[in-house]
Structures are given as structure tokens and as C-alpha cells.
Design a protein around this ligand. Structure first.
Ligand SMILES: NC(=O)c1ccc[n+]([C@@H]2O[C@H](COP(=O)([O-])OP(=O)(O)OC[C@H]3O[C@@H](n4cnc5c(N)ncnc54)[C@H](OP(=O)(O)O)[C@@H]3O)[C@@H](O)[C@H]2O)c1
Length: 234
């Protein structure tokens, strides 16, 4: 049975990925910071293993990796999904914004991946799937530090893929556009304008379910009407 570890898994895209993989023959481990969200997840999917971890805290990430490896031996699929969005342009955002966004969207993914990779390399199998964003490849006037951090996560994914090619470990960059989650709470848009998180999760499953001889390098997804723009706020 495959062991799948999903970060940022109690809501939104992470939770949809957990729900998708829980339907398959997989041991699913879900992590998030808040215990209440994990308890709610556990209540609806008792077979999912839930672990509290703040991905911005290096020691907590190390402990998570240690515990999971001690219990399961290795992780077959790591989904680095935890992240946070803070709007704001580079000129106007505060001095701490860049570090904040890098900690929330990059450092934990980098660290956890490094802790779990040795076992993947030893077994010559495994997958790392990083939940990037259309903000990883596009520039926006208000992209700011969030977009910088997501570009970095995409760069991490591409470099890791090259590095892991000889070792049989596949690296997937998933780049969703606007997806209906709590990240959009308070934004006056009709829900139909955004992608359902279940669609994003379906693509993660599709990438994982292919043969080990194939890697889906990039999964770029947008709402059918395209990116949210000024026309959406007349
Ligand atoms: N929604 C979109 O339109 C969209 C588009 C492109 C990319 N993305 C990316 O997709 C990912 C998920 O976004 P989402 O919209 O699903 O977010 P969300 O609904 O806000 O859910 C975020 C999840 O991550 C957890 N989390 C947040 N910070 C964490 C941390 N430091 N350590 C561990 N867990 C953490 C949250 O639980 P706790 O608060 O309890 O920790 C929650 O389970 C993010 O990386 C985001 O940048 C989203």
C-alpha cells in the first residue's frame, strides 16, 4: 500500500487531495497546524492519519519526517501543498512580507522533501508533487512576495526533477489558477467562476496513477474563463 503524505491538508486543495487518495489503496497522512481542522478531517475520514505540524517550523518538520519514517519506513508520495497567500505589491508590502511568504510556501516544502528523499532514492521510487500556482509562472501587478515565493517553489520543483532523474524519483509541479477554497473568502465572486478543489485533486491523482516510467512535469489548470482580472470586479 502506498504511503501518501499531504501538507496543508485540513481544508481546501489539500483536503480535496486527501479525500481523493483516501478512495484508493493508500495510507494517507494529513498535516496542518490547527488541531480542530484535523479533528474534523478525522471525523469524516477515520482511516486518515492526522498530524499537527507548522511547516514554517524547521524542528516541527524534522519531527514529522522522523515520526513518519519511523512508523511507515518511507513515503511514496509527498504532496507539498501547505501555503499561504498575502496580497500586496512589492513597493507597498512591509519588509517582512518576503520572508513570511518564503516560510509559508517554500522553506517547509524544501526541508520536508530533503528529509524524505533519502529513502526514495534508496528505493529508486517515489514522487514529490509541489502545489505551485499560476503565480509561479505569471507576473501580476499585485503579485508581490506571494508570487516571488511561488516562482521559487516552481524553481525548486524543476531543479529537483533534474537531480532526481537518475534516481527514479519523479517530481511534479501542479500549477492551479483560482480554486474555490477559504483563500477566496470575502472576495465577491460567484463560486462558479473558480475551479472546484476536487478537480485539482483529480489531476494530482492522475499524475500519481501513471506508470513509474512517466512523469507529468507540469499540470497547469485555470478556470474555464481564465484568470481572475479587473473585468471580474466591474
Ligand atoms: N485557492 C487557490 O486559488 C490557489 C491557487 C493556486 C495555488 N494555491 C495553493 O494551493 C495551496 C492550498 O491553498 P488553499 O487555497 O487550499 O488554502 P486553504 O484553503 O487556506 O487551506 C490551507 C491548508 O493548509 C494548512 N496550512 C496553512 N499554513 C500551514 C502551515 N504553515 N503548516 C501546515 N499547514 C498549514 C491549513 O490548515 P491550518 O490553518 O490549520 O494550518 C489548511 O489545511 C497553497 O499552497 C496555495 O498557495 C491555491
Amino acid at each position: 500500500m502506498s504511503v501518501v503524505l499531504v501538507t496543508g491538508a485540513s481544508r481546501g486543495i489539500g483536503r480535496a487531495i486527501v479525500e481523493r487518495f483516501a478512495r484508493e489503496d493508500a495510507t494517507v497522512i494529513a498535516c496542518a497546524r490547527g488541531q480542530a481542522g484535523l479533528d474534523a478531517l478525522k471525523a469524516s475520514l477515520p482511516q486518515v492519519e492526522c498530524r499537527a505540524c507548522d511547516m514554517r517550523d524547521g524542528d516541527a518538520v524534522d519531527a514529522l519526517a522522523r515520526d513518519v519514517l519511523a512508523q511507515h519506513g518511507a513515503v511514496d508520495l509527498l504532496v507539498n501543498n501547505a501555503g499561504a497567500f498575502r496580497p500586496g505589491g512589492i513597493a507597498g508590502e512591509d519588509d517582512g512580507a518576503l520572508l513570511d511568504m518564503l516560510q509559508a510556501n517554500l522553506f517547509g516544502a524544501y526541508r520536508l522533501t530533503r528529509r524524505l528523499l533519502p529513502k526514495m532514492v534508496e528505493r529508486r521510487s517515489g514522487m514529490v508533487l509541489n502545489v505551485c500556482s499560476t503565480a509561479s509562472i505569471a507576473a501580476y501587478p499585485n503579485g508581490g512576495s506571494y508570487s516571488i515565493a511561488k516562482h521559487a517553489l516552481y524553481g525548486f520543483s524543476r531543479n529537483l526533477r533534474e537531480e532526481m532523474k537518475p534516481h527514479g524519483v519523479r517530481v511534479v509541479a501542479l500549477l492551479p489558477g483560482a480554486t474555490l477554497t477559504a483563500s477566496w473568502d470575502g472576495v465577491p465572486l460567484p463560486p462558479e467562476r473558480l475551479m472546484p478543489a476536487a478537480d485539482v485533486a483529480e489531476m494530482a491523482w492522475a499524475a500519481w496513477s501513471l506508470s513509474a516510467r512517466t512523469v507529468v512535469e507540469d499540470i497547469l489548470m485555470r478556470p474555464q474563463l481564465g484568470d481572475i482580472g479587473e473585468a471580474d470586479f466591474p
